[in-house]
Design a protein around this ligand. Sequence first.
Ligand code: FAD
Length: 299
Amino acid sequence: MIWEEKLKTAGITPVVFNAPMAACTTYKTGGAAQALALPQNLEQLKNILLFAKENNLRLRVLGLGSNILVSDGGVSGVVCCLKNISGVDINGNMLSAGAGAPLDEVVRKATDAGLEGLEGLSGIPGSVGGAVFMNAGAYNQETFDHLLSIDFMDESGRITTLLKKDLKYGYRRVEGIENLIVLNALWRLTPAQNAAALKTRRLEILASRAQKQPLEYPSAGSVFKRPPNNFASALIDKCGLKGLRIGAAQVSPKHAGFIVNTGNAAAADIKQLMDEVQKRVLAQTGVRLELEQILWGDF
Ligand SMILES: Cc1cc2nc3c(=O)[nH]c(=O)nc-3n(C[C@H](O)[C@H](O)[C@H](O)COP(=O)(O)OP(=O)(O)OC[C@H]3O[C@@H](n4cnc5c(N)ncnc54)[C@H](O)[C@@H]3O)c2cc1C
């Protein structure tokens, strides 16, 4: 029996076959996943991990797809989306959130509760798992700043808790967790002296994002990491690349760090534009821009 039939009949987790990834990513393009699993709980997550292992299938973890470009040919194996594992709990100044919880919702709950420490992350459209995976950050704050610990599941379904102090992390990177699935994050936040000012700060950040970023178009945020002592967007702008297009993919005229999908851009258009920007910035400034976004499939 081919593995898809086996997975269908096993009934171990909700699954969609040949699932268009354009519907699951903020770039709104790309091919299909051979199978998209949507576990509702940790038992179903474990089942699908074990199934993938037993059947020698590549398993990719998906949060809210806001940092991924999926190739037009799609991806084989299983994509496992954690959006349904999303409970958020606040107890005193401790905040615990499931991997699939939208980060911005977690930030809103924290600020509504008068807790400081996550407000800089307002408006980041990813999940808690995706934010932990790459130590997402903005407005002088990072996911790891007030983090205490993370619960993970390994490929055999074992759950472990790692303390932040035992992990090596930095700007948009966390070491040693590549093969682990983030299940939950626990933060220790600080009661705000001025709860109203905290809420205002959040609203200011959301407004600043809307003003600076091309939120009206599909994108996956900043394409490149910040080079040492510089800004990718400033370098791209300096090279005169704002507005550069390949097909319907365009370097945003509003924010040079973003590539936007202005219509029905193919993933290949976006990837070619990334390469072109990298090439021209290197030639004109000597700076090699490093991709922040993650590529799935063959390009
Ligand atoms: C308009 C816009 C603005 C943005 N602004 C910012 C910003 O200010 N700062 C910033 O840092 N980023 C920003 N981003 C990028 C993106 O939102 C973040 O990188 C976010 O953390 C990605 O989370 P996600 O759930 O969408 O991850 P996905 O895109 O689904 O996945 C990204 C990576 O994380 C892995 N992953 C996801 N969930 C888990 C999990 N539970 N366990 C293990 N691995 C997992 C995936 O396998 C993949 O490798 C922006 C994106 C957009 C579209």
